[in-house]
Design a protein around this ligand. Structure first.
Ligand SMILES: *[C@@H]1O[C@H](CO)[C@@H](O)[C@H](O)[C@H]1NC(C)=O
Ligand SMILES: *[C@@H]1O[C@H](CO)[C@@H](O)[C@H](O)[C@H]1NC(C)=O
Length: 399
């Protein structure tokens, strides 16, 4: 089944002003898990439509009210590396749901079919693809041991621009930053990279071999013979072995397993797209900005890394703040109500990428002033990747 999904099921967690500072670990721990963490069983192709309007809407939804920084003038950079997160209020909003589209049929379809074609999700329907070798004997043990799956996974070379992060594992990736699935005709690493390159927000991919049923397992076909699929999944974050946790599952009595799983990333070498109204971003690597006295607010969005969410949040916050009476009371050189800079980074908990974290600030900071790395908080290790700083383009008021 081919499925198109609109990337809008974003959860915004915003920390209200004026106490906002650093990362609000408690509210992230309390956030609901994302609904999609990998390809659904029995779907052989799934693509995510990036929609700027939904990103803008999700970013704007993080605004909880008029917000201002505590500082009354511009501040020197705060280079403290440790602080206690403050208690903040939180607001949860969920976007629109998953959609799959079906086009109208040219003729009246036969019952049980889609425009006359057998639907793969029907009981005992023949499953598509299966371009890999037929493993004999047809057992999980023979599939897992099949030499070709391991030799090709170990021999795969990183496509230009990518780095291999793991090779020949028995698990595929599962996590919050999933961006789609393609089923390929061979273990084609460069084709998978091309799919990533043409997908908005994609900075990493996973290619693997999967033992799948030849018929959709149902009471009348409990244990169909297997087929071998080459699968390619796309990710909006680094792809590390720590999230290669999907080792298959049972479909009825049929056991799905995975072999030859490789990960490739270009996350460290990808510059995010410029956000309208903001200058070219500055790379802060794995350090966040943390300047509590000039911070207007923070927000977290579960899902692939997307600085446009933070830009939209900043813009909507400025739009609301500029309507406040105190906006005019500030001198032109400094305004505690105006976001002039934001930091957008991918937040990771125990090595697993969770989503985009945004910090809004009244003044601009250089990349060297991003010195905060969260580290251990209780029994969890928090870290940062893809941290970028965006300064407003002076005069480019779009609120
Ligand atoms: C299973 O097979 C029986 C006998 O051929 C048929 O009547 C029944 O509809 C089938 N059930 C399903 C779920 O396809
Ligand atoms: C990306 O950068 C981080 C931080 O510098 C580093 O730890 C990691 O190994 C890099 N990943 C790759 C694949 O180069």
């Amino acid at each position: 089944m081919y499925q198109v999904v609109f990337l809008a099921g974003l959860v915004a967690l915003a920390s209200a002003s004026p106490a906002a500072q650093g990362i609000d670990f408690a509210s992230i721990n309390a956030a609901p898990s994302p609904s999609v963490t990998g390809p659904p069983v029995s779907v052989n192709s799934q693509s995510f439509n990036y929609n700027t309007a939904s990103a803008n809407a999700a970013g704007s939804a993080a605004v909880t009210g008029i917000a201002s920084a505590s500082a009354s003038g511009s501040q020197a950079a705060n280079s403290k590396r440790n602080f206690s997160p403050s208690t903040t209020t939180q607001k949860v909003s969920t976007g629109t749901a998953t959609t799959s589209s079906e086009t109208a049929c040219a003729t009246v379809p036969e019952a049980g079919t889609s425009c006359g074609f057998i639907k793969p999700e029907n009981s005992c329907a023949v499953q598509p693809d299966g371009y890999g070798p037929h493993v004999t004997p047809d057992t999980v043990a023979a599939f897992t041991a099949y030499p070709e799956f391991h030799t090709q996974a170990k021999a795969a070379k990183a496509p230009a621009g990518y780095t291999r992060t793991f090779a020949d594992l028995d698990g595929s990736l599962s996590g919050s930053t999933y961006l789609g699935l393609y089923t390929l005709q061979s273990y084609d690493v460069s084709l998978c990279a091309q799919h990533c390159d043409s997908t908005a927000l994609c900075t990493g991919f996973n290619i693997y071999v999967e033992r799948d049923p030849s018929l959709n397992p149902s009471p009348n076909c409990t244990l169909p013979s297997s087929i071998t699929n080459y699968k390619c999944t796309l990710w909006g974050s680094n792809v590390d072995a720590i999230i290669a946790t999907n080792e298959g599952q049972y479909r009825g009595q049929f056991q799905v397993v995975i072999a030859g799983s490789d990960g490739f990333t270009k996350t460290n070498t990808t510059t995010p797209a410029q956000c309208p109204g903001w200058q070219q971003p500055q790379n802060c690597g794995s350090y966040a900005h943390n300047h509590p006295s000039t911070c207007i607010g923070t927000a977290f969005f579960s899902g692939p890394y997307d600085p446009l969410l933070c830009a939209s949040y900043a813009q909507a916050q400025n739009a609301l703040n500029s309507k406040s009476n105190s906006w005019k009371q500030w001198m032109q050189s400094y305004n505690a109500l105006q976001c002039n800079f934001f930091n957008a980074f991918m937040l990771k908990k125990n090595g697993r990428p969770l989503g985009t974290y945004c910090g809004l600030y009244t003044q601009s900071y250089g990349a060297g002033e991003a010195t905060y790395s969260p580290g251990w908080q209780g029994s969890d290790y928090w870290s940062i990747e893809s941290s970028w700083g965006f300064s407003i383009i002076n005069g480019a008021r779009s609120w």
